[in-house]
Structure formats: structure tokens, C-alpha cells
Design a protein around this ligand. Structure first.
Ligand code: SF4
Length: 429
């Protein structure tokens, strides 16, 4: 989500104010740095303050240098950021990002330092300019905000209530993306499954996905993130019907304990989650499932943690993003009293990671000798030759392959070797 927001910010700065965009490089060489923040991991605050600290010497040398900070963490910490970091020129909220052109113009002409976080989106902003990072995949936001209020999460407070984008605007953007030559589209939202409920029209996420998949049969279609409580049979049927919908589903579970799920306000039980995951695996052959999981939620007993380990054994995810619970001021769980000591949280996360690593390795080994379709995305970080390329399979496995390929090619490979969490493949012609 933040990545796509950054692309809109870059689009507005480029088209409205003429800034040239650098996604990476030396901050000394530019006139404006925008730090877009997320608040999923607790340590982000220190990192953001450290990045800003490293930019201070540039501000002293170049008076016109502008520092802007945005995203969920900046929104929550706006007062402290502006007070403690006098080099920060502005803080912009997630719902105000479309105003960045006006904000930067104001900073430049009047020199005001302030935050712009007061508004929530009333309507989904239409036709915003976008400046995409190059690549084969394009992100398309279909819904913003969240109505779920999981007790540990700040998103509903920072990003506001759910607001769906019109299907016409989405299809127009996907049309442009396809014309520009992208090979893959990822439909984005905090909870894509609740798309459309606020539009008062006869469309839901399943209908939208079906429309996009049938219009663009040669483009791979992904979506993220799904909420287990809203993932229904109709969606499973649409995924299995269309070959161009990728076979990778990210389904955050957060905990395997009913007691903890209830306190998290997740809206499903472990039994419902296990049933759903099994149905997905059964009806969508070759699917790979990943998840988000948290350990050390307030009140999580040893037995509750064991329920999470047991759920992992039962489902066997291909991969998992593991988190240690940490407090976010402003959320309900911030006020829960029964916090878990750090040493217990650390021990639990180690145990869970070890289990998931074992499962991932066992699953990955089964791919050796199998055939996969792979979309070439670029070069591996440490390419051994000009002919070495890196791609991703339809079920999200990273494959290294050698040959005369181009970025965006779709090829078939036979997996020959497992290289840690990635694979080596031999092209099949
Ligand atoms: S579903 Fe829960 S965790 Fe996800 S964004 Fe909404 S409130 Fe946060």
C-alpha cells in the first residue's frame, strides 16, 4: 500500500511540480526527500528518526532542501516530528497525499512548517498522476482504509474508513498499465475482500476480479491483502476458473488461538481459518499460501502459543511474516494490562520461525524436478553472468534461470536445484 502511495506522490511531484524522480541515490544530489513510513513494525520510529538525522547536514548546506515525511507512523507522531526535528518541513497524512503538490508549493513560497493530516478521504481520488517504479508488476489500489478495528492495529485510525474506488476508474488504470507493457497487475487494499460494499452498486471483489481477469487474459493478476473472515467460496471459484489469476494467496492468520483471535477482534475462529485454508488448497491446485502471524499478544498463554504452532503444522504455509507484538499508542490493545515479557516473546518467535523454516524447506524440496511458468523480472542481486535472470512463478517462487531472455518474458522452466529460499531452473523450449 505504501509503495503504491509513494508512486502517487512521485507522480504528483513529477507532473505538477516538474521534479525528476529518483527511487534511490544520494540525498545530497536532490532538492527534496520524501520519507514514506509504515507502522507495522514497532522499530520503524527509530529508523525514521535516524534517516531524518542523516539528512540534517544537507539542510545546513542547501537552504532550499525540503524534507517531507508521510505515512501511518508520521501521522501518529506528527507533533513530535515537527517539534524534535526542525529540519522536517512538512508531515502529510495518508488521506492527504493527493495534496502534496500544494503542500510543497506552500513550503517553498511561504516557508511554513506544518502537518497536513486533518482530512479523511470522502471520495476515492480519481485520475491522480502516477510515477511507477519500473518493473513488470504494477500496483493498483482498489480500496483504501479499513473498517475492521483489530485491537492491535492503527490503520483504521490513520487511514480512515473503507472507501472503494469506482470499477470504471480501476479498469481505466489497468487499461493504461497493459498498454504501457506491464505483465502483471496487483489489486491492492487493506482488505480487498470488502471491495464495493460502500459503492451501492452491483459489484463486489469477486465481480471485479473476474472482470479484470477476463478482460486481460495475458496479464497475471494478483491481489493483496485478504481478510479470512471475508474470503468466500465464490472467490475460490473465480480464482480456480481463471488461469491468469496467480496461485499465491496471502491470508493473515495472526494467531492460532481462539482466545487470542477474539481479543484481537479478528472475526473468525481457528476452525474457520483451517477449513478455509484447506478448501483453498483443495480447489486451487498448486496454490501457495502465506500468512502474517504475531506472537506475544497481551494475555497469550503458553497453551495459546501452542495452538499457533499446531495451526502452522496443520496448514503448512509456504511462508510466513512473523511479528512480535508491540504496543501502538491509540489502539485498544495498548491499554490491555496482561503484557507478555520480552524474553518470552523472543523465545516464542524463535520457535515459530524455526518451525516455519522447516516447513518451507520441506515444501520447497518437493518442487525440484517440477515444471513451472516463470515471469522474468530482472537480474539476481549477484548475477554470475549477463545471461542470468531472476523470475517469479505463478505461485510466488523466485527462480534463477540462464538464457537469452528479456524482462517481461514468460517462460517454462524445470526446477533443478533449491538455493536456500530460491530455486534454480532450466528453461524448457
Ligand atoms: S484488517 Fe485489521 S490488521 Fe488489517 S488493516 Fe484492518 S484493522 Fe488493521
Amino acid at each position: 500500500m505504501n509503495k503504491n502511495d509513494s508512486e502517487y506522490i512521485a507522480g504528483i511531484l513529477n507532473k505538477e511540480l516538474g521534479y525528476e524522480i529518483l527511487w534511490e541515490g544520494k540525498p545530497e544530489d536532490v532538492d527534496l526527500v520524501f520519507v514514506n513510513t509504515c507502522f507495522v513494525r514497532g522499530k520503524v520510529k527509530n529508523k525514521v528518526y535516524s534517516i531524518i538525522g542523516k539528512l540534517e547536514h544537507i539542510k545546513r548546506q542547501k537552504r532550499h532542501f525540503i524534507i517531507g515525511v508521510g505515512g501511518c507512523m508520521a501521522q501518529v507522531d506528527k507533533d513530535r516530528l515537527l517539534k524534535d526535528k526542525p529540519t522536517v518541513d512538512f508531515v502529510i497524512g495518508t488521506s492527504n497525499l493527493y495534496k502534496i503538490g500544494e503542500v510543497v508549493s506552500e513550503v517553498k513560497s511561504e516557508g511554513n512548517r506544518r502537518d497536513f493530516v486533518e482530512e479523511e478521504f470522502k471520495d476515492f481520488p480519481q485520475g491522480l498522476p502516477i510515477y511507477r517504479e519500473t518493473g513488470v508488476n504494477a500496483w493498483v489500489t482498489i480500496i483504501r482504509g479499513c473498517n475492521n478495528f483489530c485491537t492491535y492495529c492503527i490503520v483504521p485510525y490513520t487511514r480512515g474508513r473503507e472507501i472503494s474506488r469506482s470499477p470504471e476508474d480501476i479498469l481505466k488504470e489497468v487499461d493504461n498499465i497493459v498498454k504501457e507493457g506491464y505483465k502483471e497487475v496487483t489489486l491492492l487494499g487493506q482488505n480487498v475482500n470488502s471491495y464495493g460494499h460502500d459503492l451501492k452498486r452491483d459489484i463486489d471483489f469477486t465481480g471485479l476480479l473476474e472482470e479484470v481477469a477476463s478482460r486481460y487474459p495475458d496479464i497475471w493478476i494478483n491481489f493483496i491483502t485478504s481478510h479470512p473472515k471475508d474470503f468466500n467460496d465464490k472467490l475460490i471459484d473465480v480464482i480456480s476458473k481463471f488461469k491468469n489469476i496467480t496461485r499465491y494467496i496471502h491470508l493473515p492468520v495472526q494467531s492460532g488461538s481462539n482466545k487470542v483471535l477474539k481479543r484481537m477482534n479478528r472475526g473468525y475462529s481457528r476452525e474457520r481459518y483451517i477449513e478455509l485454508a484447506q478448501k483453498i488448497k483443495e480447489k486451487i491446485p498448486g496454490v501457495s499460501l502465506s500468512t502474517d502471524v504475531m506472537v506475544g499478544f497481551p494475555g497469550e498463554s503458553e497453551e495459546n502459543f501452542k495452538d499457533t504452532l499446531d495451526l502452522f503444522e496443520k496448514i503448512r504455509f509456504d511462508s510466513a511474516f512473523t511479528f512480535i507484538y508491540s504496543d501502538r499508542k491509540g489502539t485498544a490493545s495498548y491499554n490491555f494490562r496482561d503484557k507478555i515479557p520480552e524474553d518470552i516473546k523472543k523465545r516464542r518467535i524463535k520457535e515459530l520461525i524455526a518451525l516455519q523454516n522447516k516447513i518451507t524447506e520441506e515444501i520447497n524440496k518437493t518442487y525440484v524436478g517440477k515444471r513451472m511458468e516463470v515471469l522474468i523480472e530482472g537480474k539476481p542481486a549477484r548475477a554470475k553472468s549477463d545471461k542470468e535472470f531472476q523470475g517469479r512463478s505463478k505461485n510466488n517462487k523466485i527462480v534463477i534461470v540462464e538464457g537469452d531472455f528479456h524482462i517481461g518474458d514468460r517462460i517454462f522452466v524445470e526446477i533443478t536445484e533449491l538455493l536456500g529460499w530460491t530455486f534454480r531452473g532450466k528453461p524448457i523450449f
